[in-house]
Write a protein that binds this ligand. Structure first.
Ligand SMILES: C[S@@+](CC[C@H](N)C(=O)[O-])C[C@H]1O[C@@H](n2cnc3c(N)ncnc32)[C@H](O)[C@@H]1O
Length: 251
């Protein structure tokens, strides 16, 4: 097992009454709502190259924060990635569905030396938006000062991911984001491929659980978590935006 720094660290000195994982989903959510984390996300957005979608989200967030301050409990994938990575300082981060690298850059800005693994087929005009590819993502990572390794695998994740793991049977991951194929079967397959590779104390993030065009993703997420070979404690946010779910492996 690859034990992470900081709050992942096992506390053998405490004895064996509790499972040694210290961070629960509620802690990550509380931190995501903190002023420190909100400011970190704002600075992140400001440093990345904007597109129409990121401009829209930035404006949406600015309005929510301006009108409702710390009472505003909106969450999206970037809040969860930011809060989890700032708190847990992952040594490795794998993302399926990278697009322009917004979430990946967030993880990298929070944990600068983190080893990054990005899987995407960089579908042209994805959801009506440009999808410039891995060289663009690398340039975004340079903008935020990432100093760890970054490996990108181009192609259908249902082919590339099993191949990647077959070549690295011992590979465990501190953080994983699943945001690629949004079909029911495809999303379930991606979750099934990555969940067994989650380290103890590691975090898995799944986007769009309340997306109107993908109405089954919440059920898919629950199914995959219930099938995981170890306990994962979860949180779901489905109130505004397209929703996001995440879980922490606790045993
Ligand atoms: C929603 S975007 C990812 C957004 C990104 N996670 C973020 O936070 O900004 C989805 C991406 O998944 C990719 N994708 C869709 N199906 C895929 C598949 N079967 N294999 C690999 N990538 C896929 C698309 O090319 C697209 O770039």
């Amino acid at each position: 097992m690859t034990t992470n720094r900081g709050v992942f660290t096992r506390h053998e000195a405490l004895g064996g009454w509790y499972n040694p994982v210290l961070v629960d989903p509620e802690t990550i959510v509380a931190f995501a709502h903190s002023g420190a984390c909100r400011r970190f996300v704002r600075r992140m957005f400001a440093r990345l190259t904007p597109d129409a979608y990121s401009r829209y989200i930035s404006e949406f967030r600015r309005e929510g924060e301006r009108k409702f301050g710390e009472c505003w409990h909106y969450l999206d994938i970037v809040d969860v990635v930011a809060a989890a990575a700032l708190l847990l300082q992952p040594v490795s981060y794998l993302e399926i569905g990278v697009r322009r690298g917004r979430s990946m850059a967030t993880a990298a800005a929070a944990a600068r030396k983190c080893a990054l693994f990005g899987f995407d087929m960089w579908m042209a005009d994805y959801a009506g938006m440009e999808n410039p590819g891995p060289d663009f993502v690398r340039s975004e990572l340079r903008r935020i000062g990432h100093s760890g390794t970054a490996e990108f695998v181009d192609g259908d994740s249902h082919v590339t991911l099993p191949k990647f793991f077959a070549g690295q049977p011992e590979r465990k991951l501190s953080m994983v984001t699943v945001d690629g194929d949004h079909s029911d079967e495809g999303a379930l397959q991606d979750l099934r491929d990555v969940l067994p590779r989650l380290d103890v104390g590691g975090v898995v993030i799944f986007d769009d659980i309340s997306h109107p065009q993908h109405p089954n993703l919440r059920a898919i997420w629950r199914q995959a978590i219930s099938e995981a070979p170890f306990p994962i404690r979860t949180h779901e946010y489905a109130s505004l935006g397209y929703g996001v779910a995440f879980g922490i492996r606790v045993g």
